[in-house]
Design a protein around this ligand. Structure first.
Ligand code: NIG
Ligand code: FE
Length: 424
């Protein structure tokens, strides 16, 4: 082992007596069907972190070093250690909140009605364009710190509340600053095609032209995004318009990660697969043909966002049907002010078990290793593997792994580590 004999000189952390070390893998692949329910664990384990990465692990009886020789030692008796959550779909950068719409929704107004009346996303767009970059950064940084404490160790964040050149660039620059400021792994997605701004209500082609010929060149030149997204939905962008935007994004190296089949099934799945999307996200409304198409795609992941269905009182994503058909699925929070004002991945996992009948093992795999694949970070994060980033969750004392989603709403996280450092 690399650190042997020079412990005093290196930053090494030992976590000992771990009741269960969860999702331990020496090799990994995108999990489907029965594989999704297999969660490799080691009982009564130790884990050693050196610098930013996982250096070794094993059964306690195989630990060759005296715990007192470690610079940092945590006795995790009765506790579990998991890889951090990989939240592959969020809109964490936004200005203010929309709790007045929440009141309207309680009284029966639907998400689509609010949007049709010029509220919803366009409400957040107005707030965002009225907020300075520094203020937007401060608000977003607080949310990021909150989800880190809730166990998220990798996150995708979208633009999409600017819908002007300045607003979209402002959002993406804030994401870039978050990347530079925080230890969490971040991927940035350009979602200029989130809604048509009011000024382009009568001329959708002109807005698409703005995205393709004005926004994308600047985003490409500044290297501000990793992916491109489109809200493909009735009343928003058609599959054809999604294709136009995605093909333009390709020219700047942006792969598609797309919003499809939230409210309607209009061909977004088939078009997304044709565009070789990394992931197709939401999937509340899936026909049998949509499920079959996704199951037949070798690379495209279906990302389920159950807290959005929960918050909007919609039918949940058909997780069992998707898993049984052979789709590769991931779970994410969709953290945003309109349909999921929470980035709590512990609740996402619990809801997936409670309402979508996923097994706890399936939910944990879908929210860690498969979520990492949905951000193309699978070789860095998403499992307990030697050489991967030490982004970890240490739970409080719990009776079992199943207790985590079972006790939904309780905070069972005792501490988290990002890149080898405990988050205070
Ligand atoms: O993923 N549906 C589209 N976009 C977001 C919601 C955005 C909003 O309402 O602010 C979503 O649910
Ligand atoms: Fe979303």
């Amino acid at each position: 082992m690399k650190f042997f004999g020079r412990l005093a000189a290196v930053m090494a952390t030992l976590i000992s007596n771990i009741k269960q070390l969860v999702n331990v893998r020496s090799s990994w692949s995108l999990l489907r069907r029965a594989e999704l329910a297999k969660l490799p664990c080691i009982n009564n384990a130790y884990l050693i972190v050196e610098g930013e990465t996982i250096a070794s692990y094993g059964k306690m009886e195989e630990l060759k070093f005296n715990p007192s020789t470690f610079q940092d030692h945590l006795d995790a008796t009765g506790k579990l250690v998991l890889p951090s959550w990989c939240d592959s779909h969020t809109h964490l950068v936004f200005a203010g909140s929309r709790e007045h719409e929440f009141r309207d929704k309680i009284q029966g107004v639907s998400y689509a009605d609010i949007a049709a009346k010029g509220g919803g996303i366009l409400n957040s767009v107005k707030k965002l364009n009225d907020t300075s970059e520094d203020e937007l950064f401060n608000q977003s940084y607080k949310r990021l710190e909150e989800v880190i404490r809730l166990g998220t160790g990798a996150i995708e964040i979208k633009s999409g509340y600017g819908l002007t050149i300045e607003g979209e660039i402002k959002m993406l620059r804030v994401i870039k600053r978050l990347k530079a400021t925080s230890k969490i792994s971040i991927k940035a997605t350009f979602l200029g095609a989130h809604a048509f701004p009011a000024e382009y209500k009568a001329d959708h082609d002109a807005y698409i032209d703005l995205i393709i010929n004005k926004m994308l060149p600047q985003i490409g030149a500044e290297g501000l995004a990793d992916y491109i997204d489109v809200f493909c939905e009735s009343g928003f962008f058609s599959p054809k318009q999604m294709e136009q935007v995605c093909l333009a994004g390709r020219r700047y190296g942006l792969k598609p990660k797309l919003h499809v089949n939230q409210l309607n099934s209009i061909g977004g799945i088939q078009k997304g697969i044709e565009l070789d999307a990394v992931s197709l996200d939401h999937l509340e409304t899936m026909t049998d043909e949509d499920v079959q198409a996704l199951a037949g795609s070798p690379n495209t992941i279906g990302t389920l966002l159950p807290t959005a269905a929960f918050f909007l009182r919609m039918d949940y994503q058909p997780a069992r049907k998707l898993i049984d058909a052979g789709c590769a699925i991931a779970l994410a929070s969709d953290f945003n002010p309109g349909s999921s004002p929470s980035g709590n991945m512990n609740f996402v996992a619990a809801l997936s078990c409670i309402q979508m009948r996923m097994l706890p093992e399936e939910a944990i795999n879908a929210a860690t290793i498969n979520g990492a694949y949905a951000m193309e970070l699978q070789d860095e994060i998403g499992s307990i593997s030697i050489g991967k980033k030490a982004n970890l969750i240490v739970t409080k004392e719990v009776p079992s792994l199943t207790f985590l989603p079972y006790s939904f709403g309780s905070n069972l996280i005792e501490r988290v580590m990002l890149s080898g450092e405990w988050v205070s």
